[in-house]
Write a protein that binds this ligand. Structure first.
Ligand code: UT7
Length: 335
């Protein structure tokens, strides 16, 4: 068995900043409500004039990560792309990045695990590296939420939360024992699939049906979230995933140097920080600036923390996520 290690990180967010007050142009809301409930001050939404989309943002983040890993696109053996907002219904974003970066005809796999997408993707990459199948894997999390949110008061409980952006990591084979990705822990509970979902268009609710009904009250093609229900499950599952990661490696909460929680809600992250008694310098949050970027959130936050010098050699870093599915998980890394 080989070891796997993150050797490059990068992120890209659109330039277009949308503040809480900007949202008041198309819905009844307030800066106070959004900040108090979620911690979000602003988010990035793609300006359609730029032509950016989920895969182009992923490709931009990937370029940075590849360069920082000291590699070229031709050194990458495999692409894993996590998103819930692909440019098209099919194919996924991985093949689009393969084309955009003019890469060799390597394999490309899309991961459909929403907010835990990046944690799942990293775990898959880890397995491919550890078994020796690949040496360098490009792992991307990217979301274009703004293209599909309901911009009205009816959709405000979801719309104010989500932002656009992408992050990428290079996972490489490493000879260093006891360093790199130590373990990953993945879970799901599909009975709650409808508590956070987008129903149509899908094969369960197809376009002709939606058009035939032509019902102005139809919200099936906008994301739906039972916010309080999701919140209650999130705080429990986040904690479980972190504890599981610590236990699997015979570590204690005092050993954590940096926790990167999925940026779903600042209140959730603060609850977890308190539960594990972590000081402010041991948790990185950026939901204030970017909102919830789903599959991109963990990798953007990890990259930002690393860029700011908050992650040093030998640090114990834990990534944890929870979201639609429900799915949740953690990855434990010795940096
Ligand atoms: O990333 C995937 C995982 N997602 C999560 O973990 C999210 C978990 N859930 C949450 O973060 C919170 O539930 C939300 C932030 C989404 C919502 O906060 P909440 O405290 O659960 O609010 P609520 O949905 O219960 O709504 C409370 C009130 C309602 O008004 P009434 O019925 O009390 O009169 C809503 O209509 O706030 C109203 N409201 C808003 N008001 C102003 C809902 N959205 C807004 C808004 N602006 N944007």
């Amino acid at each position: 068995m080989y070891n796997s290690k993150i050797t490059g990180l990068g992120y890209f967010v659109p330039d277009n900043i949308v503040t809480n007050n900007d949202l008041k142009a198309f819905m009844e809301t307030s800066d106070e409500w959004i900040q108090e409930r979620t911690g979000i001050e602003e988010r990035r939404w793609i300006d359609p004039a730029t032509g950016d989309n989920t895969s182009s943002m992923g490709a931009k983040a990937a370029k940075i990560a590849i360069e920082r890993a000291g590699l070229t696109k031709d050194d990458i053996d495999f692409i894993i792309f996590a998103t819930l907002s692909p440019d098209m219904y099919f194919p996924g974003g991985g093949v689009r990045v393969q084309d955009m970066l003019d890469m060799p005809t390597i394999g490309a796999l899309d991961i459909r695990n929403q907010c835990s997408g990046f944690v799942y993707a990293l775990s898959v990459a880890d397995q491919f590296i550890k078994t020796g199948m690949y040496k360098n894997i490009l792992v991307i999390g990217s979301e274009n939420h703004s293209g599909g949110l309901e911009r009205s008061t009816r959709g405000r409980n979801v719309t104010v939360i989500f932002g656009d952006g992408a992050g990428a990591a290079i996972v490489s084979r490493s000879e260093e024992k006891g360093k790199g990705i130590l373990s990953s822990h993945l879970h799901s509970e599909g009975k709650y699939a409808r508590e956070l979902m987008l129903d149509g268009p899908s094969t369960g609710r197809w376009v002709p049906e939606i058009l035939k009904e032509n019902d102005p009250e139809d919200v099936s093609y906008f994301p739906y979230m039972n916010g309080q229900f999701v919140f209650k499950h999130a705080v429990v599952r986040f904690a479980e995933a972190i504890e599981e990661g610590l236990e699997a490696n015979n570590l204690k909460k005092e050993d954590i140097d940096m926790l990167i929680p999925h940026q779903a809600n600042l209140r959730i992250a603060q609850f977890i920080q308190k539960k594990f008694q972590l000081s402010d310098d041991k948790v990185h949050n950026n939901i204030m600036k970017y909102g919830n970027t789903t599959a991109a959130s963990v990798i953007i936050a990890l990259t930002e923390a690393w860029e700011q010098g908050k992650i040093k050699d030998n640090d114990l870093v834990i990534l944890a996520a929870f979201g639609s599915g429900f799915t949740w998980g953690s990855v434990v890394i010795r940096w």
